[in-house]
Design a binder for this molecule. Sequence first.
Ligand code: BJW
Length: 253
Amino acid sequence: MPDSVLAAIAAATRRARHIVVLTGAGISAESGLSTFRGPRDALWSKHDPMQLATPEAFARDPETVTRWYDWRRINSLAAQPNPGHIALAQLEALTTARGDRFALLTQNVDRLHHRAGSRNVHEIHGSIHVWRCTRTGRDFEPPPEPFMRFPPPSPFAHDDPRAILRPGVVWFGEPLPSDALRTAADAMESCDLFFSIGTSSVVFPAAGFIERAIARGDITVEVNPEPTPISQRVAHTIRAKAGEWLPMLVTLV
Ligand code: BJW
């Protein structure tokens, strides 16, 4: 990538009044967490999403589904934020210090953005670190060890052996959390610079956010080593790893 592109994006970042960033699994790849889609080692190359990431799969086989999510929960606790996560936290601090706005919409459930120091983070696909009782709907944050039993019994409904915990993530066919959706809609109203980082841009409604930014004429930047359905339509396509490119951007902002 020519330095002039990086310099132009840095200048736009300095001028922006409201930066919105959408992240996906790719930003956590450099922390050792698998992406969903991709050639090798991707989660969906080994597992059928319909057998794991739908309410129907959970109803059919809660043991397998909760084991798989607990394995991913423990992996993400062991992972560390990488330079891409840290650069986004720095970008937020620089932007808000000058009085401008910054919102981070993440499809990731791993909490690595929070651990890197990002503050205005909205987990639009929920969190793997918060589980929910199937009977009471109450949230439970498990301790940092694997569950002992699968599916995990609910700690809130001892009288009901059928009450179990499910991960607090958004499965296919489920609505996104209404507060996160509202925040995303508000952010998209006044955003003038949009970054799409480490996402394949195939899952809706998240993939619609960048469509909206493109349609409004915002400055749009995609950071992804591979092409996606939106690569041809964004203002700037950066073919790089987030953990390598974002720190370079931050040094120029
Ligand atoms: C790097 C990198 C590096 C690698 N640096 N980059 C409109 C059209 C068509 C379908 C629909 C539509 N609207 C809704 C739908 C249905 C469905 C959907 O979108 N289906 C499509 C697949 C066709 N959407 C839904 O069902 C959503 N719900 C909904 O719309 O509800 C409506 C409703 C309203 C009222 C009542 C009831 C319903 C929910 C979607 C939930 C998605 N859930 C998952 C699982 C979450 C739990 C879990 O973690 O297991 O979310 S699926 C999975 O995909 C996960 C991700 O967040 C999501 C997106 O994936 P992401 O993050 O983009 O990862 P990858 O792996 O796809 O891509 C990684 C990228 O990184 C790659 O491009 C790499 O190249 C790149 N990369 N290394 C930068 N170092």
